[in-house]
Design a protein around this ligand. Structure first.
Ligand SMILES: [Zn+2]
Length: 198
């Protein structure tokens, strides 16, 4: 079953885990961070630095680097195992990031989901300003996306919306792994576990 959602633009904060969690230390990066303000607000603190380095240009304005979008999943730097090199403790707590920007990554044609627009094509309208946390079986992962805009009605929609994901062919659609609602975000493995419990 493909992932589904209940609204076109789901912006509610991610759920809090009810299981006890270790509290990661606060990090104090030594170099200025280049990242969207909305991402910085909505990312866990331990993920801001590595995502900034992975996806944003090292310039004074720090814009998102579209040229680097060549895969869906991004992972924090690996721990260093040498005794002579100390890894930052934040690496033990960092999360994977799903960069769901299908129009940019796969160059697929996506259309406005509103019937009155008669399949008018959507164009990119920038990086979605918020990142969501998705509950998985053992931890969280992060999902970031892009905004799309209809050239007719001018309405915007996030590319992780159900009405956009369902436009993809099955090979691409099954790579969307989570269920996003207005309030909650969880991986489909969680959904299947709950279903199996009846
Ligand atoms: Zn439209």
């Amino acid at each position: 079953m493909p992932a589904s959602q209940t609204s076109l633009d789901t912006l509610s904060p991610a759920p809090k885990s009810k299981t006890p969690q270790l509290v990661p230390p606060r990090t104090t990066p030594s170099t200025p961070l280049h990242i969207l303000a909305g991402w910085k607000r909505t990312l866990p603190e331990v993920d801001v630095q590595w995502i900034s380095r992975a996806l944003f240009k090292d310039t004074s304005y720090g814009s998102f680097d579209e040229q680097r979008i060549d895969k869906l999943w991004w992972y924090p730097p690996q721990l260093r195992l040498s005794n002579n090199i100390k890894s930052g403790v934040d690496r033990y707590f960092a999360h994977a990031l799903l960069l769901w920007m299908t129009r940019r990554l796969w160059k697929v044609r996506l259309v406005c989901p509103y019937p009155s627009c008669h399949d008018r094509e959507l164009v990119s309208a920038g990086i979605h300003p918020r990142v969501r946390q998705v509950l998985d079986v053992s931890s969280f992962y992060l999902i970031a996306s892009e905004d799309l805009q209809c050239t007719r009605c001018k309405r915007k929609v996030v590319s992780w919306s159900h009405n956009i994901v369902e436009q993809l062919d099955i090979g691409h659609r099954v790579q969307f792994p989570c269920l996003l609602t207005g309030r909650n975000s969880c991986d489909m493995r969680i959904v299947r576990l709950l279903r199996n419990r009846g």
